[in-house]
Design a protein. Structure first.
Length: 439
């Protein structure tokens, strides 16, 4: 597939992405940096989230930079999704739709197998590189609360929107069955929040208050990853190896600084006289806080190249995190994932069914944020499939579909159940870096 086809397909998707771009609508996004978004591509996310060990010749895994060394072709992946939320409290229940861009990633195999075959070169080394863009957090809420004490009633209205994106650049190398890689990431975010306090009093006139907060932040981080495949020996086979494969992998992202620029304004408003005065403002206030260390470990097993299962754990400690002007209660985050995949047989030219991939998984985890001293918990199930698209030169690309059903929240106060429908296009091309030869 040439570059013109990449841009043609991207052009078709752009209007869909623009239409789906509204931010998440969740009261929980008011806390911390907002609602965390998975940086995984759909093929990995449909397995429950096997971010530490997932690798494939045609599909990407930007979460572990070592995975790029396993690529056998250039792979371009773009994903979009729509999500239906049902938010329930003891007094009310609402439903809404959100959606948008999940990720854009490009992975390059820096070794072309055709070149090596034509030139008669053999090597145990492989190299890969990747670049990508994905949402990291999303903020979107509109919440009201009314409190009455004695003869005074106060209506509190909280609104917020924004979020952050992560830009990644990864490089990886593989020697025989061991791969290692490093990722350089750039975190960019911007959030606007407003709190409006409206007093209702029939006896005396009281000014209402409006608090407007805008902040932007950025940070640079490094992630290190490794993946090791162990192939079991079998002396009865000509190759001396069994088809079974044990995979162990992991990555770590050390703590890094987030530099934040903070602006705040407090207005005093009189609805009776139409007066709005600014009684306080703080412009371009600078402060720095620390993003905690992140890590993940996983183990998987592939049975004769027909199907594989995997177990994954992710963790981070957000106890000391604060946004400077407001310290929300945060704790240790964790996520356990279990996934199964029926692997595609790309050489089965007589059967489309055999070339398809089927995936399923489940996950359970703790969000780092607390609400009323209760930690937010998340759990759900995932299913998905990869549908091959045959294009010239027998390159096989995939249209991936996924469904995620889950629940997150604090049961005693606010529950969020959701259904997420996702689609991604994983496009491959084996002709990049191919040296043309003329005789």
């Amino acid at each position: 597939m040439n570059i013109k086809k990449f841009f043609f397909i991207f052009g078709l998707l752009a209007p869909v992405v623009a239409f789906c771009q509204p931010q998440v609508q969740s009261p929980y996004s008011r806390f911390g940096l907002g609602n965390f978004q998975s940086g995984e591509v759909l093929s990995s996310r449909s397995l429950g989230g096997l971010s530490a060990i997932y690798h494939d010749r045609n599909n990407l895994n930007p979460m572990n930079p070592a995975s790029f060394a396993f690529l056998g072709a250039t792979s371009f992946d773009i994903g979009i999704s729509g999500k239906n939320y049902t938010i329930s409290s003891p007094k009310d229940k609402i439903t809404n739709w959100t959606g948008g861009l999940d990720n854009i990633n490009l992975g390059l195999s820096l070794v072309n197998d055709f070149n090596r075959e034509l030139e008669g070169r053999k090597s145990d080394w492989r190299f890969g590189m990747g670049i990508g863009l994905s949402p990291y957090t999303k903020v979107g809420y509109d919440v009201e609360n009314t409190i009455t004490k004695d003869d005074l009633t106060v209506n509190y209205k909280f609104t917020g929107e924004g979020g952050s994106y992560q830009i990644n650049w990864s490089n990886a190398a593989k020697y025989k069955n061991f791969a290692f890689g490093a990722n350089l990431g750039f975190l960019l975010g911007k959030v606007s929040e407003t709190q409006y306090n409206r007093f209702s009093d029939t006896i005396i006139h009281i000014y209402n208050n409006e608090y407007i907060t805008d902040y932007s932040y950025k940070g640079t981080n490094i992630k290190l990853g490794a993946i090791w495949d162990y192939r079991f020996k079998d002396k009865t086979k000509e190759s001396g190896l069994r088809g079974d494969l044990l995979t162990i992998g992991g990555y770590i992202q050390p703590s890094f600084k987030i530099n934040t620029t903070f602006n705040e304004k407090i207005n005093r408003i009189s609805t009776a006289y139409g007066i709005k005065d600014s009684i306080f403002h703080a412009d371009e206030v600078q402060y720095t806080n620390n993003h905690p260390l992140l890590y993940a470990l996983g183990v998987g097993y592939s049975f004769e190249g027909l199907y594989r299962i995997g177990l994954n754990y992710e963790g981070a400690n957000w106890n000391d995190f604060s946004r400077g002007f407001r310290k929300d209660k945060m704790g240790a985050a964790s996520k356990f994932s279990l996934g199964y995949e029926k692997l595609p047989n790309l050489k089965a030219y007589d059967s489309y069914w055999k070339k398809m991939a089927f995936r399923a998984g489940l996950f359970y985890g703790k969000d780092p944020r607390f609400v009323n001293d209760s930690q937010i918990r998340r759990y759900g199930i995932t299913i998905g499939g990869g549908f091959p698209v045959i294009i010239p030169r027998q390159d096989i690309s995939f249209v991936n579909l996924g469904l995620e059903i889950g629940k997150d929240g604090v049961s005693s106060d606010l529950d969020q159940t959701y259904v997420k429908i996702s689609m991604s296009f994983s496009l491959t091309d084996k002709s990049w870096f191919f040296k043309q030869k003329y005789y």
